[in-house]
Design a protein around this ligand. Structure first.
Ligand code: F6P
Length: 358
């Protein structure tokens, strides 16, 4: 009976009682879910909105802005700024912080978000999502500045994403496991459908944009070559590869059935240490993955321990099934120690830098 199911609203209220979470955080999560329902509705209309194609603008990341990026950004700002729970907001779509308008009360939290991740998929009607992370504003700070947002991922108090796919979902953590809710459009509520998500430690599936192969560092090339070599290589088993080009969709797949996702450091643009943004993409996803028993790393450091130095900072991301992430960490460490040896790669028809399993 659907009315016996746990709604997201009920879940967060019960969490508040059980874990003694402040009512303010719970009310903020409620505002976030409202925002995501509005965005889900806008995305679901697809080409009917007449908002396909580009806007002719590029955002702070140098990426083309789609009309729905701006609509989603405005929805999140408008849904979350009035409630009195936030001291400030930051978005992928805005170079500067978004202060709380003076007519609204201030709260104790900071919200960082990517309003529409993977938006290059919009024109082809593929899965996109909203990613969010909630931090505490430092004590006594009512007008937060950028430096107050520069907190490592370990400081998050809530993180999650809304997925706009064949069905719309919200997946979140308050630090007590990862739970997935499916939007029932008939009643306009997210219902708990995927409690206590866990990521298996092992996997035979990986996701990476292989067109960047020539820009990767040797440990990543080694890992992918070994996966592609499959049963006949050092891994002794076949792997499958996926690439949706939408981080929300990739992380969702990993939370559903395991796998490895990476957008590693590359030399494509030496000014950028990675593709994905630390505060509103990597950190919330890393916390979700860790909460589900997986691991998330830059290859050289636990992602959640990275001390941010800029609001829109990029970072290498490797996350998913624990044993694969740890393998990549070992490969990076071996490479950094200079322990790799040259060998001939039959896959890429060139000399490569590594040899054997770590
Ligand atoms: O925001 C960045 C993003 O769209 C991610 O969602 C996705 O994983 C990645 O970029 C796709 O990158 P590429 O265009 O290189 O495939």
């Amino acid at each position: 009976m659907p009315y016996r199911r746990t709604t997201l609203s009920r879940y967060i209220i019960e969490e508040q009682r059980r874990l003694d979470r402040g009512a303010e955080l719970i009310a903020l999560v409620n505002d976030i879910q409202t925002a995501c329902k509005y965005v889900a509705n806008a995305v679901a209309k697809g080409a009917l909105t007449g908002a396909q194609g580009g806007t002719g603008q590029v955002n702070v990341q140098g990426e083309e802005v789609r009309p729905l990026d701006l609509i989603a950004n405005d929805i999140v700002l408008g849904s979350c700024e009035w409630g009195g729970h936030l001291a400030g907001m930051a978005s992928e779509e805005m170079e500067a912080l978004h202060p709380i308008p003076p007519q609204h009360p201030r709260g104790r939290f900071l919200l960082v978000f990517d309003p529409l991740d993977g938006s290059s998929n919009l024109d082809i009607n593929m899965t996109v999502g909203t990613i969010f992370s909630v931090l505490r504003a430092p004590e006594g700070v009512a007008e937060p500045k950028v430096e107050h947002f520069l907190q490592p991922g370990t400081q998050q108090v809530c993180a999650g994403y809304a997925l706009y796919g064949p069905s719309a979902m919200m997946v979140l953590t308050l630090g007590n496991g990862v739970h997935g809710f499916t939007l029932d459009p008939a009643i306009g509520a997210y219902l708990l459908t995927h409690p206590n998500l866990t990521i298996p430690a092992d996997t035979q599936e990986f996701a990476v944009n292989a067109s960047n192969q020539r820009f990767w560092e040797p440990p990543v090339r080694r890992y992918v070559e070994e996966c592609v070599a499959g049963r006949s290589g050092v891994r002794g088993k076949d792997f499958n590869m996926r690439w949706i080009a939408s981080m929300v969709a990739e992380v969702h797949r990993i939370l559903m059935r395991g796998g490895l996702f990476m957008y590693p450091r590359d030399t494509k643009d030496p000014a950028k240490p990675g593709r994905l943004r630390l505060l509103y993409e990597a950190n919330p996803m890393a916390w979700l993955v860790e909460q589900a028993g997986g691991a998330a790393s830059t290859g050289r450091e636990r992602l959640l321990d990275v001390q941010p130095i800029a609001l829109h900072q990029r970072v290498p991301v490797i996350l998913g099934s624990r044993n694969e992430v740890e393998r990549l960490d070992r490969y990076h460490a071996a490479y950094d120690r200079g322990e790799d040896q040259p060998f001939f790669s039959p896959l890429f028809k060139e000399r490569s830098l590594y040899f054997g399993a770590a």
